[in-house]
Design a binder for this molecule. Structure first.
Ligand code: ADP
Ligand code: MG
Length: 252
């Protein structure tokens, strides 16, 4: 379980997250939606302390971290309990797919090399890349690179997986293979918080949907509740705008 209390973050005088309170149970697949600039990436980055919030507490399993009073050891522990998949993949360019997946296991989790290799191979098999393990990122398609990034995140066995628009940097024809990998990951019972603009995917895969607006959670419900009967005016507007210009078959 992950529990966030009173999370606040400003950049200079710009208030980006306002007192976020959020509990995610084990196995929940939570989609985070909202307009550009709403604070979605900042929230994800704050959960693993890539961005340091101004205040708040984050509890992941047994570990409870008060941001203001945190120790170095708690910061490391919190980072180890989470894994992030970014829009731009963020793979090490000079390492092969296999080495990319092994890296965090060896340096962060202190797993011995042979064991790291076994875990990495297992995860690369799961994302369908056993035939690409010795390829470097530049020899892989965007979709394959993102699947390596997903394998790398899964290999760390985090308590929560954080996905920040994992398909928005991909060519359209490569989106489906990555969504399919994420769907499988969700089905396996992983706890996930996913920022996505793919509403049809969110409707299919998320068990719960949050809408972030100007740094506040304005909607929190099951996918049925949020897509068929949103409570907040902002969510209604957001979904109406989203579907307005899209193919009729995607409409609510
Ligand atoms: N490092 C930063 N320095 C200053 N402002 C930032 C920084 N990161 C994000 N912001 C601002 O915070 C707001 C929220 O950004 P972000 O979390 O990226 O939103 P989203 O992911 O929902 O599009 C935006 O106004 C953005 O310009
Ligand atoms: Mg973002």
């Amino acid at each position: 379980m992950i529990e966030i209390r009173g999370l606040t973050k400003s950049f200079q005088d710009l208030n980006v997250l306002n007192d976020i309170n959020l509990t995610i149970e084990k196995g929940e697949v939570v989609a985070l939606i909202g307009s550009s600039g709403a604070g979605k990436s900042t929230l994800l980055r704050s959960i693993n302390l890539l961005e340091i919030p101004d205040k708040g507490t984050i509890r992941i399993g047994e570990l409870e971290v008060d941001i203001v009073k945190r120790t170095k050891a708690e910061t490391l522990e919190l980072r180890k309990s989470t894994a992030m998949v970014f829009q731009q993949f963020h793979l090490f360019r000079q390492k092969t797919a296999l080495e990319n997946v092994m890296e965090g296991l060896i340096t962060v989790k202190k797993v011995v090399k042979e064991e790291a290799r076994k875990i990495a191979l297992l995860q690369l098999e799961k994302v369908g890349l056993l035939d690409r393990i010795h390829h470097y990122p530049k020899q892989l398609s965007g979709g394959q690179q993102q699947r390596v990034a997903i394998a790398r995140a899964l290999a760390m066995q985090p308590q929560i997986l954080l996905f920040d628009e994992p398909t928005s940097a991909l060519d359209p024809e490569l989106v489906d293979e990555v969504l399919e990998t994420i769907r499988k990951t969700a089905e396996e019972g992983n706890t996930m918080l996913l920022v996505s603009h793919e509403m049809s995917f969110v409707r299919r895969v998320a068990t719960r949907v949050l809408m972030l607006d100007k740094g506040s959670i304005v909607e929190d419900g099951t996918r049925e509740e949020v897509f068929t009967n949103p409570k907040s005016e902002r969510t209604k507007q957001f979904l109406a705008n989203y579907y307005r210009d899209r193919e009729p078959e995607f409409a609510i």
